[in-house]
Design a protein around this ligand. Structure first.
Ligand code: ASP
Ligand code: MG
Length: 412
């Protein structure tokens, strides 16, 4: 029998009524001939509440104890979900990560799944029951409880779907899918019906927060389609799957914007081998990751270099870079926090030329200046002045046909 994994996020587990409604949906999928395994998050707000208690004692409290505490939220959810399934006549057994065999590395609060031993879960599935597994948790070889990072129950679900060889992993949440642009910025933004793993990964890297990136990495590696859909209404969501030919017919699948980065520029650095290596080794030694980089030739055998880092890393990055100014004999350094990265993503770019030109023309027509550009085979990102973010996203959404005109007019 085909296996489905259902994952319920915090809002979908928000109260008993919602939990019972999820149980009825699970029962319906079993009726349709599926075996269903369930992964749940803590009830909405619960993980924050628990970690706030820890912070009241000490924001730097031990990772082991923080994990012991935070993992409790999911333990509440699995028990309630199992009881709700019993109530609607479905056999169900709750499992913590330890019981479910979700093994992780020992890095508390940010552990990574290393393997899943599904034998106990399969026993339940094979007798027609539903294993209800705690998301977010892992267990080390020494039987220590870990957590996998905030928002990681998506990743637990994708990993479990992979381990069980599931036909699909349905991620139930409070939005009804992935949108081609943020509907809070673009009124009438279209919902994406189907998107490839690679496009979704580019979207996540460009600021889309619908799914935890690691969950998409798992799904891609093990070729398990993910569906993002709402638990509040009965309708299809967005399918994230391997690329199919028809996806190329659409030039641009989605647009994202990201205001979380800042730019550092060094003017007048020597144009010779080893300089870039010095700068970026210095940053990487401090655990700072760099997103976009531009180098251009200046005058007198000198070059200019700009790069972006996330705002929380900015002060550390400035410190590292300032130290290098003397060694590199750079002329000047500048910092700009008022920038935004705007990205368009689409596998259609592989087959069709001219997308970049259309993007830049569209921005130019609105008088928006481009500071930096970076591309991949299926993505174009530009850095612009933060004040123009919304205008850029709206104009590009129109340009690439990502707005549902009827909704737009009705709402206007
Ligand atoms: N409950 C955890 C969190 O709030 C995991 C999750 O919801 O994905 O981060
Ligand atoms: Mg979540």
């Amino acid at each position: 029998m085909p296996i489905l994994v259902h994952k319920y996020g915090g809002t979908s587990m928000g109260n008993i009524e919602r939990i019972l409604s999820n149980a009825r949906r699970i029962a319906a999928d079993i009726q349709k001939g599926y075996q269903v395994a369930v992964v749940v998050s803590a009830m909405s707000g619960e993980t924050n509440r628990l970690l706030a208690l820890a912070d009241e004692i000490d924001p730097h409290s031990s990772g082991r104890e923080r994990d012991m505490l935070a993992s409790a939220g999911e333990q509440v959810s699995i028990a309630l979900m199992a009881m709700a399934l019993h109530k609607v006549g479905v056999e169900a057994v709750s499992f913590t990560a330890l019981q479910a065999g979700i093994h992780s590395d020992p890095f508390h609060t940010r552990a990574k799944i290393t393997s899943i031993d599904t034998s106990r879960l399969r026993e339940v599935l094979d007798r027609g029951g539903v294993p209800v597994v705690a998301g977010f948790q892992g267990v080390t070889d020494n039987m220590e409880i870990t957590t996998l990072g905030r928002g990681a129950s998506d990743t637990s679900a994708a990993a479990l779907a992979a381990a069980l060889g599931a036909e699909r992993c349905d991620i139930y949440t409070d939005v009804d899918g992935v949108y081609a642009a943020d509907p809070r910025i673009v009124r009438g933004a279209k919902k994406i019906e189907r998107i490839s793993f690679d496009e979704m990964l580019e979207m996540a890297g460009a600021g889309s927060k619908v799914l935890q990136t690691r969950s998409v990495v798992f799904a891609k590696k093990y070729r398990v389609p993910l569906q993002v859909l709402t638990s509040f209404e009965d309708k299809p969501g967005t399918m994230i799957s391997e690329e199919v030919k028809e996806m190329e017919d659409i030039l641009v699948t989605g647009i994202c914007s990201d205001k979380t980065e800042a730019r550092i520029t060094l003017w007048g650095i020597p144009d010779q081998p080893g300089i870039a290596a010095q700068i970026f080794e210095g940053l990487s030694n401090q655990g700072i990751s760099v997103d976009m980089i531009i180098q251009s030739k200046g005058q007198d055998g000198l070059a200019n270099m700009s790069f972006t880092v996330t705002k929380p890393d900015l002060s550390d990055a400035v410190r590292v870079t300032e130290k290098l100014i003397d060694t590199l004999k750079a002329r000047q350094m500048g910092v700009d926090e008022k920038i935004a990265k705007v990205t368009i993503v689409g596998v259609g770019m592989k087959a069709h030329g001219g997308v970049a030109a259309r993007m830049f023309r569209c921005l130019a027509d609105k008088g928006i200046n481009i500071y930096m550009i970076s591309t991949s085979e299926i993505r174009i990102s530009v850095v612009i002045d933060e004040d123009y973010t919304e205008l850029a996203v709206r104009s590009l959404a129109k340009e690439f046909d990502l707005v549902d005109e009827s909704v737009e007019e009705k709402g206007a």
